[in-house]
Design a binder for this molecule. Structure first.
Ligand code: IPD
Ligand code: CA
Length: 271
């Protein structure tokens, strides 16, 4: 792998995520314009669109022929594309952003030849940025500097703290509720923070042991999945498959097999 390219992508992703975070904090209007997407609960604010346009403009200024996919629908079909693809969620946790709840992030994953090489999840109101570089580790960046992080060492399912999230589709929400009820007496507890990208990073940071969700998109999980893997954890989807919209699972090494089997069994039963 071309290390100078990876260095450039890392620096760009960090700088652009921070600049977008500043924009989202500084220019947050007191009255927000809100539209809905797939359902009444799936909201998009003018700030999601503004932040995505800002991020794309910054990428294009430095690397005009890269491809990108953004949550708000921007796809750049360059005539002469490079092998670099940016997967951008301008605000992961839009509902939290709308409600002034501090857990939301700017999530940027960068693929080279379809393999994620860099992941940045920036949480401005938490004062934290989560950075992963393929084969180089996962890092927490905050006011104290940059620190390499590791998943938990827990190996016991009943001690497993599980993060999760609910799809915007009401039918899927109900099924997800059934899965949660089914496993509720087998794990320690659940957390629902409201940003899938942050949830995944919480696994890598060792603040929770595991995570699962149904109905995600690549912009929700690309950066965070690399963070889990680089922190020593595992990710997966349906049996034998990688993370996908059907199912996203992440956990530390110690409980992955048991946890993922449990979630896959419940998924089969209820979906
Ligand atoms: C959502 C958040 C939420 C998850 C949803 C996502 P958005 O992303 O990550 O935690 O439960 O599935 O769609 O819409 O805020 O970018
Ligand atoms: Ca998202």
């Amino acid at each position: 792998m071309d290390t100078s390219l990876i260095n450039q992508l890392e620096l760009m992703a960090l700088e652009i995520a921070h600049a977008a975070g500043d924009l989202l904090v500084d220019q947050r209007p007191s009255v927000m314009t809100v539209d809905t997407k797939t359902s009444e609960t799936d909201v998009v604010t003018a700030m999601d669109k503004a932040a995505e346009a800002f991020i794309i403009e910054k990428i294009k200024a430095q690397r005009p022929n890269d491809l990108f996919i953004g949550e708000e629908g921007t796809v750049n079909n360059s005539d002469n594309p490079t092998n670099v693809k940016w997967i951008v969620d301008p605000i992961d946790g839009t509902v939290n952003y709308l409600h002034k709840h501090p857990i939301w992030s700017v999530s940027i994953g960068v693929k080279v030849d379809e393999i994620t090489q860099v992941g940045v999840v920036h949480a401005p109101l938490l004062g934290e940025t989560y950075l992963a570089i393929k084969n180089q580790g996962a890092y927490l960046i905050n006011k104290n500097g940059r620190e390499r992080v590791q998943i938990t060492r827990n190996t016991t399912l009943s001690h497993t703290l599980v993060a999760t999230g609910f799809s915007y589709e009401s039918a899927k929400r109900k099924k997800h509720g059934q899965v949660i009820a089914e496993i509720s007496d087998q794990v320690r507890d659940f957390r629902r923070d409201g940003s899938a990208a942050i949830d995944l990073c919480m696994v890598g940071l060792g603040r929770v042991d595991a995570y699962f969700e149904t109905g995600l998109h690549p912009w929700d999980y690309t950066a965070g999945a690399l963070f889990v893997e680089e922190a020593g954890g595992k990710t997966g989807g349906l049996a034998g498959k990688p993370l996908s919209s059907d199912l996203a699972i992440a956990s530390n090494q110690g409980v992955f097999e048991e946890f993922s089997n449990l979630i896959r069994t419940c998924h089969k039963k209820f979906y």
